[in-house]
Design a protein around this ligand. Structure first.
Ligand code: NAD
Length: 253
């Protein structure tokens, strides 16, 4: 039996599935991973300088410049066949939740309904000092004169920032706890496109495995998760996930 057939068999039997996705999931949409994103204009910065509270405090203009560059990039892309396949899985297994480290909103755009965003969403904003949600202003994608004066919160006057989780910050209240509880009780965890280096998200496959789930990994390269995975399918999400869905459709007919 091939690895793909074993994965399809496990999904066919599963009552509850968690799909845990990382930056590699969106790569075929043209959204670079962190490392890839820091090319060209941004090559001389490291994520710790940009995606931290300290980085924002010392230069909010620069951090906004970087996020606007990424917002433009994401706005110009679309979900690919792998995102679509995960959305289709909702019709094929009794219960599935996508737990993503990605901030790009692609899973919802592809039609997945149950999505937990561990690291927030680049299309949502809050204020820097008090975490006031900011939904009462349009934040332009393109800066005028090449620079954006960071917007200010209308409630407290502090700078507005993207509602994403930066290095050293806590995950949004309750979201990780919900993901962990699903990981503990799921029958299958499908891990796609993550290096398994960023915690606590990287702990979820180990939690699932400890709870008796079959862990299926899809990645173009072996990762920190591979040694825990029951099934490792090496290949791009945009090819492997549609193959899984069509195999599952066949198994059900
Ligand atoms: P990572 O960049 O550390 O690792 C990416 C993984 O994806 C690698 O293991 C790589 O081998 C694999 N990969 C690359 N192309 C693939 C493909 N086509 N199909 C399947 N796998 C592929 O990503 P991470 O583990 O998610 O950690 C990076 C952090 O950066 C996350 O916390 C995330 O929040 C953030 N981030 C998010 C985005 C996004 O929202 N799209 C983009 C960049 C970074």
């Amino acid at each position: 039996m091939s690895d793909l057939e074993r994965a399809i068999g496990a999904l066919h039997e599963a009552k509850s599935v968690v799909a845990a996705t990382g930056a590699g999931m969106s790569k075929e949409s043209g959204i670079p991973t962190f490392r890839d994103a820091l090319d060209g204009l941004w090559a001389r910065y490291n994520p710790e300088e940009l995606a931290t509270r300290e980085g924002f405090r010392s230069d909010p203009w620069r951090v906004w410049g970087w996020y606007n560059y990424r917002r433009r990039l994401i706005a110009a892309t679309s979900p690919h066949a792998g995102h679509d396949a995960l959305a289709q899985l909702e019709e094929l297994v009794p219960d599935i939740t996508v737990v993503t480290q990605n901030i790009d909103g692609m899973h919802r755009r592809a039609g997945s309904k149950r999505v937990l965003e561990l690291h927030g969403n680049i299309h949502r904003f809050k204020c820097f000092d008090q975490d006031h949600p900011v939904d009462d202003m349009e934040i332009p994608l393109v800066e005028q004169d090449g620079s954006l004066e960071p917007p200010r919160c209308t409630r407290c006057g502090s700078y507005v920032r993207p509602d994403v989780v930066w290095f050293g910050e806590m995950l949004p209240q309750g979201v990780f706890e919900e993901a962990e509880s699903l990981a503990r009780t799921c029958d299958v965890m499908l891990v796609v496109g993550t290096s398994g280096l960023v915690y606590p998200a990287a702990a979820l496959p180990f939690t699932a495995s400890g709870g008796g789930a079959t862990v299926i990994e899809v990645n173009t390269e072996p990762s920190e998760i591979t040694r825990t995975a029951d099934v490792f399918i090496q290949g791009p999400a945009g090819r492997v996930l549609p193959e899984m869905v069509s195999g599952l459709n066949e198994a059900r007919s």
